[in-house]
Design a protein around this ligand. Structure first.
Ligand code: PLP
Length: 422
């Protein structure tokens, strides 16, 4: 593809071609957005009906009326770490819900937690490094590591999250080969994509192993507010006795992803290095101000409403899968979050299912894009249940079952009706 401009052209003045000017090593170009699929199970979108709109409107009005003139300065009147009232709220909330003892000056507000991933990677990683991740993990983390030339070693999970016997074996193996991983990246609380929660005992074991092998832990907790029963173990950051943990979080899942507000909790010495890389002169101020106003008053009452709505959607999805795929779709009931991690029969390759499903209006995330081991991910898929309506979930899964049967011969019973392969 060439990189000519969109300027109007005619035969005598050909469009300027930027292709020879592009820097080497760029990632492939983005695909033009053509709208959401009719039955959209991809990405980490939230439920539009559950965005707390009235309270956000009120918060925006109140905070702008009161302190809108601080917009005249970069960083509001709060400095480069981000809006002070939001960081104060976060410090209190993290103490109350995750057991993290930090003050507001150990929190850096970022443009989504994706920027947090970039900043943490930016201060720690160089090409040729090795990191440890869960075998099924966030695609955004994996693509970043690949682009940085960093090897990701995947650790299998079970119903309680990352397996500590496998982590111990991997750390031991790497040590014998003279490799010290730069970090253990984990999504311990409602893991993406498996929805598991790492038990407290495993958290303590991970900390013990990290200390024994001298490896930091990078804790990504962006789904921790979306647990059905609200019960969570303390954060790794809270349980560590010797530091060595960088903790990140986000408002994308608890309020709305388009806000682009995330955060990093780390010692000032580390935040100081990250600030030197955060060259955007501050993350968007309006959304920080609105959250700083909204959260102290409304965050707590918003969460149960959100999790109740998400749980209802999950049940619709699990029922639809049972009905349409029967035993061909295997999954564990996740403890919270917005994703279901589904295993289809071995003959299904979800990368190959992706296009025909999309052509029928159903967007799914192929499992191999969420896994370090492509063979493990091959017949798995990650389905986001938050954004689609209940009706779209039902029709979308019925459509997916038809496409899957047409392409791979399974499921051979749909809605309990025996089907011949097309
Ligand atoms: C585990 C994990 N980390 C980070 C992110 C990035 O989210 P955001 O930049 O919207 O905060 C996501 C988004 O889905 C995620 O699943």
């Amino acid at each position: 593809m060439n990189a000519s401009t969109n300027a109007s052209t005619n035969a005598s003045t050909p469009a300027f071609d930027f292709t020879p000017f592009l820097a080497p090593g760029l990632p492939p170009p983005a695909v033009k957005w053509s709208g959401f699929a009719k039955y959209n199970f991809i990405g980490g979108h939230n439920d539009a009906e559950l965005v707390p709109l009235d309270a956000l409107v009120k918060a925006a009005n109140d905070v702008l009326t009161r302190e809108g003139r601080t917009l005249a300065t970069y960083g509001l009147a709060s400095g480069p770490l981000g809006y002070a009232r939001l960081r104060d709220f976060l410090a209190q909330k993290l103490k109350r819900t995750a057991g993290i003892a930090c003050d507001a000056d150990e929190i850096l507000v970022t443009s989504g937690s994706l920027q947090a991933l970039d900043l943490v990677n930016g201060i720690l990683l160089e090409p040729g490094d090795t990191v440890i991740v869960e075998q099924a993990t966030y695609q955004g983390a994996l693509t970043r590591l690949a682009r940085l030339g960093v090897q990701a070693v995947g650790i299998p999970l079970d119903g309680e999250g990352m397996r500590m016997d496998a982590l111990a074996a991997a750390l031991d193996d790497l040590k014998r080969r003279g490799v010290r991983p730069k970090y253990i990246y984990t999504i311990p609380t409602v893991q993406n994509p498996t929805g598991t929660i790492l038990s407290e005992a495993r958290r303590l074991e991970m900390l013990r192993l990290a200390l024994a092998y001298g490896v930091p832990i990078f804790e990504d907790d962006c789904y921790a507010d979306l647990i059905w029963d609200g019960q969570r173990p303390p954060a790794l950051h809270a349980l560590s006795k010797n530091g060595g943990i960088i903790h990140i979080g986000s408002f994308s899942k608890s309020i709305a992803p388009a806000l682009r507000v995330g955060y990093i909790v780390a010692d000032w010495a580390l935040l100081a290095r990250m600030l030197a890389l955060k060259t955007d002169a501050g993350s968007g101020a309006l959304e920080q101000m609105v959250l700083g106003e909204f959260c102290p008053a409304y965050f707590e009452e918003h969460l149960p409403r959100l999790t109740r709505g998400l749980r209802a959607k999950l049940e619709t999805l699990m029922d639809a899968l049972d009905e349409q795929f029967g035993t061909a779709a295997e999954f564990d009931d996740p403890k919270g979050g917005i994703f279901l991690w589904v295993k289809l029969p071995d003959e299904v390759d979800t990368l190959k299912l992706f296009q025909p499903a999309l052509a029928a209006g159903v967007a799914i995330n192929p499992g191999s894009e969420w896994a370090t081991d492509k063979a493990y991910g091959k017949s798995r898929t990650r389905l986001c249940f938050a954004n689609a309506s209940h009706e779209a979930i039902r029709v979308g899964i019925a459509t997916l079952a038809e496409v899957c049967r047409r392409e791979f011969g399974v499921p051979n019973r749909i809605a309990n009706v025996e089907r011949a392969r097309a």
